[in-house]
Design a protein around this ligand. Structure first.
Ligand SMILES: NC(=O)c1ccc[n+]([C@@H]2O[C@H](COP(=O)([O-])OP(=O)(O)OC[C@H]3O[C@@H](n4cnc5c(N)ncnc54)[C@H](OP(=O)(O)O)[C@@H]3O)[C@@H](O)[C@H]2O)c1
Length: 245
């Protein structure tokens, strides 16, 4: 199937490694011009070279205003923007009373406001060109809270409401807005937890971790013109982890 993505322009946040990198790589494989992002210049530069990204923007999304400046830079360097993948590092694990107000503010900026900032720049442009694809990478925690991931559970559930709300507002403008909910995925983040095969089998009905490329390919399909009638959806890639949704 030809996804008709050749020549489209995409900004993929949080993409120097892990899921974001896999999404960027998959889009590049379909002929998309991609701008990648991360906080660490050396790492972003190395990944851009490795996967053949057109350009990159170094920005820490937990700092106010970075969603705006990063999106503006990507538009200038790519010469336009058709696709945005909203993604960043996962927030720290902490029970409710151990989460400081400072951490709430940092995580809110990083997971939420940076996305709003970016969309403030991108949506008028996408509306004018009557085409846009916006994809939030969140977590199964958006539907079933995971123990100790207090800020992630709260903020990500809210992002579903936000995405649904804007998806309705822009559905008639050729713009789709969806959410991808990863389950346990084989990235550096999970590898650091050293989960045994037995533990994984007990947690995941499919009996294995997801490969980042599986998320990358789903994201690429949703970013394509072929997926123009899918909007406002939360799509879990979790090997059956979610029980009731
Ligand atoms: N892996 C899983 O099993 C899993 C499951 C459910 C949900 N998720 C969610 O999916 C997202 C990606 O997960 P992952 O496993 O791919 O994580 P990862 O391997 O830690 O990669 C995160 C990427 O985001 C960048 N990043 C981190 N903080 C950033 C910030 N403040 N501003 C800009 N870039 C930032 C990192 O680069 P720098 O360090 O250079 O900034 C890196 O490129 C996370 O939000 C995570 O919570 C993951």
């Amino acid at each position: 199937m030809d996804l008709n993505l050749k020549g489209k322009k995409a900004l993929v946040f949080g993409s120097s490694q892990g899921i974001g990198k896999a999404v960027a790589k998959s889009l590049i494989g379909e002929g998309v011009d991609v701008c990648i992002n991360g906080r660490t210049k050396d790492k972003v530069e190395k990944t851009a070279k490795e996967i053949g990204a057109k350009t990159y923007v170094v920005a820490d999304l937990s700092e106010p205003g970075r969603g705006i400046s990063a999106t503006e830079k990507a538009i200038t360097e790519l010469g336009g923007l058709d696709i945005i993948i909203i993604n960043t590092g996962g927030p720290q694990k902490n029970d409710f009373l151990d989460v400081t107000i400072e951490q709430w503010n940092t995580d809110f900026q990083s997971l939420w406001l940076s996305a709003v900032e970016s969309l403030h720049i991108a949506l008028p442009l996408m509306k004018e060109q009557n085409f846009g694809r916006i994809l939030f990478v969140t977590s199964v925690a958006a539907k079933e809270p995971l123990q100790g991931l207090t800020t992630s559970n709260g903020l990500r559930a809210g992002l579903q409401g936000l995405a649904k709300s804007i998806s309705n507002e822009y559905a008639a403008n050729g713009i789709t807005i969806n959410l991808l909910l990863p389950g346990y995925t084989n990235t550096e983040r999970i590898q650091n937890l050293n989960l045994s095969e037995e533990k994984i089998k007990s947690m995941v009905p499919a009996g294995r971790l997801a490969e980042p490329s599986e998320l990358g390919d789903m994201a690429t399909f949703l970013a394509s013109p072929k997926a123009g009638y899918i909007t406002g959806q939360s799509i879990a890639l979790d090997g059956g982890v979610l029980h009731s949704h």
